[in-house]
Design a protein around this ligand. Structure first.
Ligand code: HEM
Ligand code: HEM
Length: 237
């Protein structure tokens, strides 16, 4: 039986007339004949040419669907094909496979919602003059800042572990915008902590806080959009 590495498996991704191979628990299957794997994509998210052992756990079906298709090869041991990693991490990932892909999607919602709230509560304050809206915006800013650090850390981790730190355009944009967003939030936080009444009465100095604060929502939207484009690629065909 043919032996594959993750690299040679990736060449059979079902695109441009190439065969459609998928791997599960060390076995490589040829699903080229399946209508549900047309052009190498399954259910608009799973891509052929990959080891999908973890992904299939989230599927509404069991692994017996794979038996409909011929096994044409084996995937060489993880240790041989994957990047070197500290022993403790390798053991931890074997014991808890969900730690492979879940940490980033699990943590990204926090900075998204907090950064969004900063903008919404600041606008509400400007419209109504109610001070508690402004205080809420400030608290959300602090939380958004802290959770951005967590999301950046898990983002870097998932990129290193699952994308072999490949310099993809979407990741490069995410990295840059994340750092800019964190720096902007930190500056705004320091300014607001130093001058608590910076927004009232409204004056020219207020813009030193208002502009950074209002830019957080567009920043987090760009970061989230490019993230989702990696997880749920937009189909071009
Ligand atoms: C959230 C993820 C997934 C969803 C929603 C999904 C959904 C489906 C559905 C609705 C079917 C057709 C009904 C059936 O045969 O039970 C199917 C078939 C199949 N799925 Fe998935 N699936 C997912 C993930 C996966 C993964 C990760 C693999 C590979 C490891 C996989 C391999 C297959 C295969 C081989 C078939 C049979 C195709 C055929 O009959 O031609 N699925 N899937
Ligand atoms: C505050 C910062 C960040 C936010 C809000 C964010 C947001 C997101 C979102 C919403 C997704 C889609 C997840 C899903 O629904 O499955 C995602 C995926 C992703 N992000 Fe981020 N991200 C951040 C920082 C980063 C950084 C700094 C990196 C890389 C160095 C990164 C790398 C990735 C990768 C590789 C994916 C695809 C994950 C996968 O397919 O499992 N992210 N991000």
């Amino acid at each position: 039986m043919k032996e594959f590495t993750l690299k040679t498996l990736a060449e059979n991704n079902g695109k441009n007339g190439k065969p459609t191979y998928i791997a599960h628990e060390g076995k490589v299957y040829d699903v080229s004949e399946s209508k549900l794997w047309k052009s190498g994509t399954h259910m608009k998210r799973h891509k052929a040419g990959n080891d999908l052992t973890t992904d299939i756990q989230a599927a509404p079906h069991q692994t017996d669907v794979l038996e409909k298709y011929p096994q044409i090869g084996i995937l060489k041991n993880e240790e041989d094909t994957q990047m070197p990693m500290p022993e403790f991490l390798s053991r931890l990932l074997k014991r808890f496979p969900m730690l492979r892909r879940h940490p980033h999607p699990m943590t990204v919602h926090f900075p998204i919602v907090f950064m969004f709230s900063v903008t919404v509560f600041t606008i509400l304050f400007l419209m109504t003059g109610i001070h508690s809206f402004e205080t809420t915006a400030f608290h959300c800013l602090g939380a958004g800042m802290l959770f951005s650090v967590v999301a950046i850390a898990t983002g870097w981790y998932t990129w290193w572990l699952n994308y072999q730190a490949t310099p993809l355009k979407a990741v490069t944009i995410k990295k840059k915008v994340s750092i800019i967003m964190l720096a902007t939030a930190t500056i705004a936080f320091i300014v607001r902590a130093a001058v608590p009444d910076i927004l009232y009465p409204f004056s020219g100095t207020s813009f030193f806080y208002l502009i950074p604060v209002l830019s957080l929502f567009p920043f987090v939207t760009v970061i989230g959009w490019y993230g989702a484009s990696l997880t749920f690629p937009i189909e071009k065909e």
